[in-house]
Design a protein around this ligand. Structure first.
Ligand code: ADP
Length: 161
């Protein structure tokens, strides 16, 4: 089976990593796809996000990291995927995720979304929290890979924060 795990990954956190680790056990091939979304003002560029995800996930031999600007359902068809993978944390994720899953299915009825629950320790972890804490020079080493930590620190230094 082929899975695609889409998201902003701005940046990839250990919560995302946890979902990849779970999905890696299910799929023969897994594409982590960094979506280019014009609506979202991201902290890292698409190339930076791809680089951080590739580096953090390099030990997963079946996992490929790509970027895509377009509709998720088109990417899904392009890869002849079986499932879209999404992570669920608290109940608060549910409404948005349900809306996306049903919207994707209404665009193409062959699209199924598979939800995987995060580990309890990552339940309150999001890319935004990591950026907020790092912006105030707080310690985020428990939440991201060493490579992402290095890149966040570099970026914040460059911005002179
Ligand atoms: P998007 O902008 O598409 O929501 P994100 O990068 O924020 O992109 O998230 C991608 C997916 O990963 C979403 O399904 C989100 O719920 C999930 N996710 C984010 N953080 C975590 C976490 N800590 N644990 C599990 N899943 C997570």
């Amino acid at each position: 089976m082929i899975g695609v795990y889409p998201g902003s990954f701005d940046p990839l956190t250990l919560g995302h990593y946890d979902i990849v680790e779970r999905a890696n056990k299910i799929f023969a091939e897994l594409y982590v796809v960094i979506m280019h979304n014009n609506e979202k003002n991201t902290f890292f560029s698409i190339d930076e996000r791809v680089d951080m995800a590739r580096n953090s996930l390099k030990d997963f031999k079946k996992v490929k990291v790509e970027s895509y600007s377009g509709l998720m359902v088109d990417y899904f068809k392009l890869k002849q995927a079986d499932y879209i993978v999404r992570g669920l944390r608290a109940v608060s994720d549910f409404e948005y995720e349900l809306q996306m899953a049903l919207m994707n299915r209404s665009l193409d009825c062959s699209v199924e979304t598979l939800f995987l629950m995060t580990s309890q320790k990552f339940i309150f972890l999001s890319s935004s929290t990591v950026k907020d804490i790092a912006g105030y020079r707080g310690d985020v080493s428990k939440f991201v890979s060493p490579y992402v930590l290095e890149k966040i620190t570099e970026k914040i230094d460059k911005l002179g924060k």
